[in-house]
Design a binder for this molecule. Structure first.
Ligand SMILES: Cc1ncc(COP(=O)(O)O)c(C=O)c1O
Length: 396
């Protein structure tokens, strides 16, 4: 019998550039090396510690949890209820909401993509540049991807007019992906007026907004970072939201997140969640429980919640301090880069060629992906000026 060569028909997949960077950084023996590549929060000592609130919740769970039996594809109802309160507030725009626990924000986005496809949506609009995984997630369920330019690297500004024009020309029923805050990879924020304009067009054209909320609390504050999203939900009435607890609870590898649906009819939302659960059942059965149990234990207990809020504020303030220093230091090389100071979250996008990003790695041990995205939390405040001095000559 002739055997065909195993997996012969498959195409070779490129390794993830950010994961490659982590390995190269670890192998670099130079003491002055700086990692601006990896997308996780770093404290002043360069670590990504377990939050104190998380430790306290784990301790509580260790003492009280009596079973590891199955929960079900929808996950933990207490987690979903408490997280919704935190993300959407008590009023949640006065709209019914229903949700399902997911393996991280990626799991939520993938489930949302599946639902769009099941609901026979044709197309999703995505501003570029965006998180590297976004387009691939929606393309993988067969949705058409429409793109528009969201950001101009040269001037470090969001191209809101291009976005509004694109949405004005979108077809009714199309979905539009919006990052709720702390835009990855540009850090560009939107004003209250921008959000109102976006909301008006989405409502007028009958588009369906899908929010990716992965950095709540790391921009301007927990409530502030959700305000734009909530104004759109309030005006439009229908929305999907993918929430990641990876960054705001530092739970990265615990794969904790949720997908929420907003709409006027609870029955439609229940049908939506039922379809999400049915899809979950045939792909991973049910979400990992530990991270969600931690989040629920934090949010249900006022003292643990306060510890978490304080720690998140500390992280946010550190990011703001680095941004202030970076605006001054990079602004000396390119005046527009002073804009880093008013951007939000961990990421900014430097005007740098892929060739020069590689040279910076080789010649100075400064690691960033070829795109020029930097994680500002990869620097200590007192090192910002010297890092900028080394990067400056390589800027485009
Ligand atoms: C914009 C954005 N959305 C979603 C995610 C996914 O996060 P998670 O690790 O929870 O899947 C990330 C992670 O980097 C992100 O940057």
């Amino acid at each position: 019998m002739n055997k065909t060569a195993l997996f012969d028909s498959l195409t070779e997949q490129k390794p993830d550039q950010l994961l490659e960077l982590i390995a190269k950084f670890a192998a670099d023996p130079r003491s002055g090396k700086v990692d601006l590549g990896v997308g996780v929060y770093r404290d002043e000592t360069g670590r990504t510690p377990v939050m104190k609130a998380v430790k306290a919740a784990e301790h509580y769970l260790w003492e009280t949890q009596e079973s590891k039996s199955y929960i079900g594809p929808e996950g933990d109802p207490a987690f979903l209820r408490m997280l919704a309160l935190e993300v959407f507030g008590e009023r949640h725009a006065g709209k019914p909401v229903a949700g399902i626990q997911t393996p991280g924000g990626t799991g939520a986005l993938r489930l949302a993509a599946e639902l769009l496809s099941l609901d026979k949506r044709r197309k999703i609009w995505i501003g570029t540049p965006t998180w590297v995984n976004h387009q691939a997630i929606f393309a993988s369920v067969g949705l058409q991807i429409g793109t528009y330019r969201f950001f101009d690297i040269g001037t470090q500004t969001a191209l809101v007019d291009e976005m509004l024009t694109t949405l004005r020309n979108a077809a009714p029923g199309d979905a539009v992906l919006l990052q709720a805050s702390c835009h990855n990879p540009t850090g560009a924020g939107l004003s209250r007026q921008n959000w109102q304009d976006i909301a008006a067009i989405i409502a007028d054209k009958g588009l369906l907004p899908l929010f990716d909320s992965a950095y709540q609390g790391l921009g301007h504050g927990l409530v502030e970072d959700a305000a734009g999203m909530m104004s759109v939900i309030e005006a439009v009435g229908e929305a999907m939201v993918a929430v990641s607890c990876s960054k705001s609870f530092s739970l990265y590898r615990e794969r904790t997140g949720a997908a929420y649906l907003f709409g006027d009819l609870q029955a439609s939302l229940n049908k939506g969640v039922g379809n999400l659960a049915s899809h979950a059942r045939t792909s991973y059965s049910m979400p990992p429980a530990h991270g969600a149990a931690i989040v629920a234990a934090i949010l249900q207990d006022p003292s643990r919640r306060q510890t978490w809020v304080d720690e998140l504020n500390e992280m946010r303030i550190r990011i703001t301090d680095i941004r202030r220093a970076a605006a001054e230091a990079f602004g000396q090389f390119r005046p527009e880069l002073a804009g880093i100071g008013s951007q939000e979250g961990m990421f900014s996008l430097l005007p740098i060629s892929p060739e020069n990003a590689r040279r910076l790695r080789a010649e100075h041990g400064i690691y960033m992906p070829d795109s020029g995205r930097i994680n500002v939390a990869g620097m200590r405040v007192e090192d910002v000026a010297s890092v900028a001095e080394r990067i400056g000559p390589y800027l485009a």
